[in-house]
Design a protein. Structure first.
Length: 214
C-alpha cells in the first residue's frame, strides 16, 4: 500500500500557468480617512460600512479586475486602505493549486496623507509566514508588486501587509494570482487504477482474516 501511494504521488503534472481567481477572501474591512476606503463591493458576510469589520466568504474590490488610475486623493473608490491595523488577507481557491506568482497593486505614494508602500509582505502557503522579496515596477500611479510563489501547492494563501500601524496608511487596489491546478498524467491512469486495486484487495483480505465473533 505504501508503494502504491508513492506511485500515485508522482502521477500529477501542471499545465501552463494562467490567472487563478479566488473563490473568496477574508480580511478586515478598510478604514476611514479623508475619504472612506471600505471594500464596498464585498459580497460576503461582515459590515462593509464599519472600519476593520471582519469580512468573510466573499469577493470584492480586490479581485474585481479594476485598477485605480489615479492616486487615493483623486480616486478613492478603487482603493481599500488601512492605517490602524496590519491586515491579513486570506485567499481561498476552489482546489489545490500550484502557484507561480502573486501580484499586488498599491498606491505609489511617499508620504502624501501618510500613505506609504508596505514595509514588507509575508505569505503563508501552509508552512507559516515567510517574507517574500517583490519585483516592484510602476504602473501609472501604482506600484506593482510581483512575487515568485513557485513551489507553493495549496488551496489557501494568507498575505500579511506589514506597515507601522497607526503611523502610516497603505492603499491596495487589486490582487491577482497565477498558477495551475495539478492534473493526472494520462500515462499514469493505469498505474493509479492498479494502486486502487491493490488497496481494495488488501482490504478484502483483511476482512476475510478477521475472526468470527461468537
Amino acid at each position: 500500500m505504501k508503494l502504491a501511494a508513492l506511485t500515485l504521488a508522482g502521477a500529477f503534472t501542471q499545465a501552463s500557468a494562467a490567472i487563478v481567481t479566488p473563490i473568496s477572501y477574508d480580511m478586515p474591512n478598510g478604514e476611514i480617512g479623508s475619504f472612506t476606503y471600505f471594500d464596498e463591493s464585498y459580497s460576503g458576510s461582515g459590515n462593509t460600512a464599519v472600519s476593520d469589520a471582519l469580512l468573510a466568504g466573499g469577493l470584492g474590490d480586490l479581485t474585481d479586475g479594476v485598477l485605480a488610475t489615479a492616486h487615493w486623493y483623486d480616486q478613492p473608490g478603487p482603493y481599500v486602505g488601512w492605517a490602524q491595523v496590519v491586515p491579513e488577507i486570506v485567499f481561498h481557491f476552489a482546489s489545490a493549486t500550484a502557484f507561480t506568482a502573486a501580484t499586488f497593486y498599491f498606491d505609489e505614494q511617499y508620504g502624501t496623507g501618510y500613505v506609504y508602500l508596505p514595509t514588507s509582505i509575508e505569505f503563508d502557503t501552509g508552512a507559516g509566514f515567510q517574507t517574500y522579496a517583490p519585483t516592484i515596477t510602476s504602473v501609472g500611479p501604482l506600484a506593482k508588486y510581483d512575487f515568485d510563489l513557485t513551489g507553493a501547492l495549496t488551496s489557501t494563501i494568507t498575505a500579511r501587509l506589514n506597515h507601522p500601524a497607526g503611523q502610516t496608511v497603505i492603499m491596495l487596489t487589486e490582487v491577482t494570482f497565477d498558477g495551475t491546478s495539478p492534473t493526472p498524467e494520462p500515462a499514469m491512469w493505469a498505474t493509479m487504477l492498479a494502486g486502487f486495486g491493490l488497496v481494495g484487495g488488501a482490504l478484502r483480505r483483511r476482512r476475510r482474516a478477521l475472526p468470527i465473533q461468537a
